[in-house]
Design a protein. Structure first.
Lengths: 540, 366
């Protein structure tokens, strides 16, 4: 039986007509070269697609702890990484970038603790609500190091505690200038010397306490008596207070002060809640809050209209500046990462982070002289003319998103210009500004600069009897406000009589003072001038 | 509760039960008798894993904690020490704290003359940041246990070895005085510590109370100093009486800790009035004493301690260095470091910066 005609055709088949059971064979055909290249292209495409497949992607779901229902709009990422995605309406998410299997996937949403799960297979993160109560029995955590204390901040956050210790926040309750003005004492403790807030406004002492000693219990017998504060309360604006702020009221900025404008969470029963700017700390006690990167966070203490006077205007100065429009917040300059700190805590649980992501906590400000010096520069352009020496001095604020100086209305800068001949004798000023009496009246050697060529950049308040400087709680008017505006250099012209032909030396210095000379002298404060910039030019 | 969660939880329990079957079988004996070393190790290891967050199931956690809490006998100490070494190696602060506390509670009550020595020989000295203080506490407890159970000789020798090394270290620090360190051969310190231990064992509160306030002002000068008050009584003493007890080697750390607590209270000014005694403790104490003294001076923001604190920034012990740097910053508001992980060069630079800055201060005591 023939099963195949091909066998005969090829001459290889079984010619036995009855038992030819061989399988029919196809004739060998040459594979076209064009097909080989096509196959190679297809194989290549498959390989490329396989190699580039999304092996690193992490998928999962975020649900509410109590109900198991999906959480829409939760913020999700791998701990320590930068990528963040939001969950969809079904609570699902997909992270694109690689996440090592050892890392944890963390999720957060307003009103809930940060939660996390190990990155193993499909991730299901459960979000739990944090308590919102304000227990009057809450005991503030001690910021200082003490191994005997279970929750002392510095036990784990030693470096951050050290930075904070250098800040003005750490001394807000014990600052001697504040206490002297508050109680009317002088540097040696003598009572009834100079400015005395308690005498003028005994009923309003709690206003100061709201910012300076914010954790003093409002109903305690020492609620308006900061000198009697002890323990954690005496630590001023401390870790636990700052990290208990759930929200800030922006409806009455400047009218509510310190703690009164802040929504604090003080849970009862030993439960803890800590708010902060990191969204991947999933110990079960931490809450991610973008407020911590916002200037609004600082506003309640750094903006204040008090007794009818806009005493503290830093927040509104910033808000009116180009810095606010560009999104440069207070924290960007005053909590700028030092570039060396890698961990926010010691011990297990903390991870190495990008040093550029860890904010410093010493709140660089006017107390930090190098920081202060970096905020301003002066240029001097001077030339000799036929009968005079003419100087153009430019004072330029650098990277300052508010007036310079700002904060306490008594802070001011003094520009002092001196022109001397070869023998060191002062040349007579023929035009330009001179320093007013607020620069200090009396001997020049004692730092009294009234009448000297120069000017003062500051806010000067006038009291009811026409006296100035006046404390903000007695002020009836702002006598003048000549502070430097953000990014607005001040250009000043001075001329000096050229009485001789010898060389002339022009010296310019810019001095920072915390209080006006009269106030500081009255209180006996050992304040020293801080020289921010100096220029000296020799004219032939 | 979702099905997924229920299944997950019971799966965990199942896995744990199978894995821990040998432990479970001997659970009854865990409290009463001695288990084998591997079982103790397993209990401690499970606790560490739970404590660092690797075990999340509440049922399993209950079991683990129950077994760990049952470790109250001397036989558990070797495993606890091994576990503590592992914890310090991974810088896991929570298990460090818990295991240190457990070892101390066992060692403080042991009658086994070898147990303290075992801890001293096997516990590794490792840098664990702020938690090194807990580690130091274990060493102190172990030394006291040796003192109590083996007599004064060995502990005295260890004390003097420590003092010798401190003397060498302090000799290189300008401004440090070593004149009041106890001389070798004077066993007043050890006798005092012995009496404290025997007192606390005997639990004679009335006797302790009657002795309160009569502690020696200089332990080296008194041949038969009265035993100090038990540690719990320190809270009842006035600041002046506490300061007098600073000379008692056995009580130094507890006294300083109590003063630290008082410094933040209404007693703060009174504590500050005794700053000289605390500065002396900073200059002359052992590492743990120096660390607490520096912390206390920082709490007081005591400006006259600045030169001694700058000296302590060069201390050989990183925790003393860190405490001194923090105290200096708290006092002066300057941030010259060094931070915790500073290299030897960075420490030198920090000391130089502190000295340079202090020398420029008009009120600097030189």
């Amino acid at each position: 039986m023939r099963l195949s005609a091909d066998a005969e055709f090829l001459g290889t088949g079984n010619r036995d007509p009855g038992f030819d059971l061989s399988w029919p064979r196809r004739p060998p055909r040459r594979f076209p070269r064009s097909h080989i290249s096509l196959v190679l292209v297809v194989v290549g495409l498959v390989a490329v697609s396989w190699l580039g497949r999304d092996t690193a992607a992490v998928t999962g779901r975020v649900v509410f702890d109590k109900t198991g229902l999906p959480v829409a709009g939760a913020r999700v990422g791998a701990r320590g990484s930068n990528e963040r995605v939001q969950t969809g309406a079904d609570g699902r998410f997909r992270l694109r970038s690689a996440a090592p299997s050892s890392s944890r996937i963390v999720a957060s949403k307003p009103g809930h603790f940060i939660a996390g799960m190990p990155h193993v297979g499909g991730v299901r993160v459960r979000l739990k609500k944090y308590p919102t109560e304000q227990s009057p029995d809450y005991e503030w955590l001690d910021p200082g190091p003490d191994p005997a204390g279970a929750e002392n901040c510095a036990n784990c956050h030693a470096e951050i505690y050290r930075q904070w210790s250098a800040s003005s926040h750490a001394r807000s309750a014990v600052n001697r200038h504040f206490l002297d003005v508050f109680y009317g004492t002088d540097w040696t403790g003598r009572p009834n010397v100079g400015w005395n807030f308690s005498r003028d406004h005994p009923e309003a002492r709690a206003v100061c306490v709201a910012c300076h000693v914010p954790t003093i219990a409002a109903d305690s017998s020492i609620a308006d008596d900061p000198a009697r504060a002890t323990g954690v309360v005496r630590e001023g604006i401390h870790c636990d207070l700052c990290h208990k702020i759930a929200g800030a009221d922006d409806s009455a900025i400047g009218l509510q002060h310190g703690r009164d404008a802040l929504r604090l969470v003080k849970p009862a029963g030993g439960v803890q809640v800590f708010f902060g700017p990191l969204d991947d700390v999933d110990r079960g006690r931490d809450v991610y809050s973008p407020l911590y990167k916002s200037s609004l966070y600082c506003a309640s203490c750094h903006e204040g209209t008090l007794f009818g006077t806009r005493a503290y205007e830093t927040f509104s100065e910033w808000r009116a500046s180009d810095y606010a429009r560009r999104g440069v917040e207070c924290q960007d300059c005053h909590m700028k990462p030092d570039g060396t700190t890698r961990r926010i805590a010691t011990g297990a649980g903390a991870i190495d982070r990008d040093p550029a992501s860890i904010s410093t906590h010493h709140f660089a400000a006017s107390i930090d002289e190098s920081f202060l010096r970096s905020s301003v520069e002066i240029d001097v352009d001077a030339r000799r003319e036929k009968e005079c020496v003419r100087a153009t001095i430019t004072v330029r604020p650098k990277n300052v998103g508010h007036c310079l100086p700002t904060g306490s209305p008594d802070r001011h800068l003094v520009l002092v210009v001196r022109a001397t001949d070869a023998a060191g004798a002062e040349l007579r000023q023929t035009s330009g500004l001179t320093i007013g009496s607020e620069g200090g009246v009396g001997s020049l050697a004692a730092g009294n600069l009234s009448g000297q060529p120069g000017t003062i950049f500051g806010k000067l308040l006038r009291g009811p009897a026409g006296e100035s400087p006046a404390p903000f709680w007695r002020a009836v008017a702002v006598e003048k406000d000549s502070r430097l505006r953000p990014d607005e250099p001040a250009e000043l012209q001075f001329t000096f009589d050229r009485s001789s032909d010898g060389p002339v030396r022009l010296s310019v210095s810019l001095i920072y003072r915390r209080f006006y000379k009269l106030t500081a002298a009255e209180k006996g404060w050992p304040d020293s001038d801080v020289t921010l910039a100096e220029r000296s030019i020799q004219l032939p | 509760m979702s099905l997924n969660r229920i299944v997950g939880r019971w799966l965990w329990v199942g896995v744990w039960c199978v894995a821990a079957a040998p432990v479970a079988a001997q659970q009854g004996r865990a409290v009463q008798g001695k288990l084998d070393e591997a079982t103790y190790d397993r209990i401690v290891e499970d606790f560490i894993q739970y404590d660092i967050g690797n075990i999340r199931d509440p049922v399993a956690i209950d079991q683990i904690r129950m077994r760990f809490n049952a470790l109250t006998t001397d036989a558990a100490v070797p495993a606890l020490v091994r576990g503590l070494n592992r914890s310090t190696q991974m810088r896991a602060s929570c298990p460090i704290t818990a295991i240190c506390s457990r070892i101390r509670s066992i060692v403080n009550h042991t009658k086994d003359p070898e147990l303290g020595t075992l801890v001293l020989k096997n516990l590794e000295r490792r840098d664990v940041g702020q938690y090194n203080y807990h580690l130091a506490g274990v060493f102190n407890s172990a030394e006291k246990a040796v003192l109590r159970t083996k007599g004064a000789a060995m502990a005295k020798d260890q004390f003097h070895r420590r003092v010798d090394s401190d003397q060498q270290r302090l000799a290189s620090v300008p401004g440090m005085k070593l004149t009041d360190l106890p001389a070798r051969g004077d066993d007043a310190q050890t006798r005092s510590a012995n009496e404290e231990a025997s007192d606390s064992d005997a639990k004679k509160p009335d006797a302790d109370k009657s002795r309160a306030g009569r502690a020696p002002t200089n332990a080296t000068a008194k041949p038969n100093p009265p035993a100090p008050a038990a540690a719990t009584d320190l809270k009842k003493l006035s600041v002046a009486d506490l300061v007098k007890k600073l000379d008692d080697f056995a009580l130094q750390i507890k006294v300083l800790e109590e003063l630290y607590r008082r410094a933040g209270s209404s007693d703060g000014r009174e504590v500050a009035a005794h700053a000289d005694a605390i500065i002396k403790a900073l200059a002359e104490g052992d590492a743990a004493v120096r660390e607490v003294s520096a912390r206390l001076l920082g709490q007081l923001r005591e400006e006259k301690a600045v030169p001694q604190l700058i000296g302590a920034v060069a201390d050989s012990n990183p925790h003393v260095r860190s405490a001194a740097a923090t105290a200096l910053t708290r006092t002066t508001r300057q941030l010259f470091g060094p931070n915790e992980n500073a290299s030897a060069d960075e420490v030198k630079q920090a000391v130089a910066r502190w000295r340079e800055w202090w020398a420029k201060q008009p009120h600097a005591e030189r």
